[in-house]
Design a protein around this ligand. Structure first.
Ligand code: FES
Ligand SMILES: [Fe+2]
Length: 384
């Protein structure tokens, strides 16, 4: 028997005209530095980035720092309660202003280098020893504004002033979010957990938008599949957003190792709503929380995976919900991350190249049509 020719693709194109019979997006799209550079410019410098819930900005001086590659943006609330986004940089000599992920400042954003101070509305309030400078005006040295939009109670920013408003792009998602997450307007952040994953951001995304591996991969996935009526799990694409939802298995008495008796929940469904390109809102069955799941690219084969957990304000967090959060952080999340890492390694193999999508309308709960949809959006964004 002869030796197979190793796969190698150098032209970095993909014919996606026949997802059912054709190839998956070629492997180099998950590690090639030129693809990553194109994604940075054409996807991440242009898309909307979730910063947090409006309730995280309910007092003047509260801020969140959001990095988009080497760009850093600080989102703050001013004295009148308006939320603004600024480039997180001092206009004096370019020192980064705020270095913590989130916090509260008194009335100003102060640069630690030479103590220039900016009001929460971005105006330069004080710049020591500049009184005698000729040709200098504080008005010319305000913080530079970044575009911000509040949609369905969540704060988003974009570096692209021409980006389609997120309220248009995801218009119909709002009523679905409210249907499954009725307490969405009244939540606060309970916890944020960051993981560094040695995988391309798309590897993480595609894992989460298919049900094929659900009852076939690890034991924790099977536990989750058992909480839902898996045959009715459905994955639906709406252009720049998508849902994947499963109704509850009403036979269960325990979830995440806790009895359901006496517990309360926002939804008994497994609910997920993804927004192009890298944000997911979700809730686990029988939990009283809203999870955010954000895949932030750091390098072609390194991503920051950020889990946010929001719970209704002023209500005790049920034990089942607490257990679900711990289970996500220590069991389901790591089980998927392990797959992300082994998948990333395999993509380099001379024995792979391109694969096949399992797209089957007779298996709507396990079909990979949403993976294809996502790959196509990624490909079109950089190539068309
Ligand atoms: S760089 Fe900020 S005050 Fe000098
Ligand atoms: Fe998974």
């Amino acid at each position: 028997m002869g030796t197979d020719q190793p796969f190698s693709q150098t032209d970095l194109t993909w014919d996606y005209s026949d997802p059912v019979n054709g190839p998956t997006i070629p492997a180099p799209f998950f590690y090639d530095p030129s693809i990553f550079a194109e994604e940075k410019e054409r996807i991440f410098m242009k898309c909307w980035h979730l910063v947090g819930h409006v309730n995280e900005f309910n007092e003047p001086g509260k801020y969140i720092v959001q990095d988009i590659f080497e760009q850093s943006i600080v989102v703050t609330t001013d004295k009148s309660g308006d939320i603004h986004a600024w480039h997180n940089v001092c206009r004096h000599r370019g020192n980064r202003l705020m270095t913590e992920r989130r916090g509260v400042v008194g009335g100003v954003l102060r640069c630690k280098y030479h103590s220039w101070c900016y009001n929460l509305d971005g105006a330069l309030r004080a710049a020591p020893r500049t009184e005698h400078l000729s040709n200098f005006s504080k008005e010319d040295h305000s913080l530079k504004k970044v575009r911000l939009e509040i949609f369905a109670g969540w704060v988003y920013i974009t570096l692209d002033n021409d980006a389609q408003p997120i309220s248009e792009l995801a218009a119909d998602s709002e009523k679905i979010l409210h249907r499954f997450l009725p307490d969405m307007d009244n939540v606060e952040l309970l916890e944020e957990t960051d993981f560094i994953v040695d995988a391309n951001w798309k590897v993480i995304q595609e894992n989460s938008i298919e049900g094929y591996h659900f009852d076939l991969s690890g034991p924790v996935h099977k536990d989750l599949a058992a909480l839902i009526d898996f045959k009715d799990y459905r994955l639906t694409a709406f252009d720049k957003w998508w849902t994947y939802t499963g109704p509850p298995n009403t036979e269960v008495s325990h979830a995440y190792g806790k009895p359901l008796e006496g517990a309360t929940w926002q939804t008994d469904w497994f609910f997920n709503l993804g927004l192009w390109p890298n944000t997911t809102f979700y809730s686990f069955p029988y939990t009283d929380m809203i999870g955010t799941f954000i895949m932030i690219p750091l390098a072609p084969e390194k991503s920051l995976l950020r889990f946010g957990y929001y719970v209704p304000k002023g209500r005790e967090v049920p034990d089942v919900t607490k257990a679900a959060i711990a289970w996500m952080n220590t069991q389901l999340g790591p089980e998927d991350i392990e797959l992300n890492v082994t998948n990333q390694k395999g993509l380099h193999s001379f024995g792979f190249g391109s694969g096949r999508y399992l797209i089957d309308e007779n298996l709507p709960n396990q079909s990979e049509h949403l993976v294809f949809h996502f790959h196509k959006l990624c490909y079109q964004a950089i190539r068309e």
